[in-house]
Design a protein around this ligand. Structure first.
Ligand code: SF4
Ligand code: SF4
Length: 87
């Protein structure tokens, strides 16, 4: 296994399902596209691989069931462009 594959496997091992059932309510986080500058900090910092970049490079919720409301995305966004719908 090469180094990159090992990193991916290690990251995936830590991913766990959220205790919140997001299928019964809003998405775990919302992005204000007008404020987002597509820096991708939130995508990089998410420990659960919840976020992915859309065609404009802005984050979308790709794996909502994994979001643990850790706050890494919204506390590090330099533009206050991502927020939780549960906190
Ligand atoms: S950290 Fe904020 S500005 Fe950067 S991509 Fe995420 S939501 Fe957009
Ligand atoms: S709150 Fe945490 S787990 Fe949820 S999208 Fe943001 S960084 Fe990822």
């Amino acid at each position: 296994m090469n180094e990159q594959a090992a990193v991916v496997e290690a990251k995936q091992r830590t991913i766990r399902k959220s205790k919140i059932d997001y299928s019964q309510g809003p998405a775990p986080v919302s992005v204000n596209e007008a404020w987002c500058k597509a820096c991708n900090i939130c995508i990089s910092l998410c420990p659960q691989n919840v976020l992915a970049a859309n065609a404009d490079g802005k984050p979308v919720v790709a794996q909502e069931e994994n979001c643990i409301q850790c706050g890494a995305c919204w506390t590090h966004c330099p533009d206050f462009a991502i927020k939780s719908n549960y906190r």
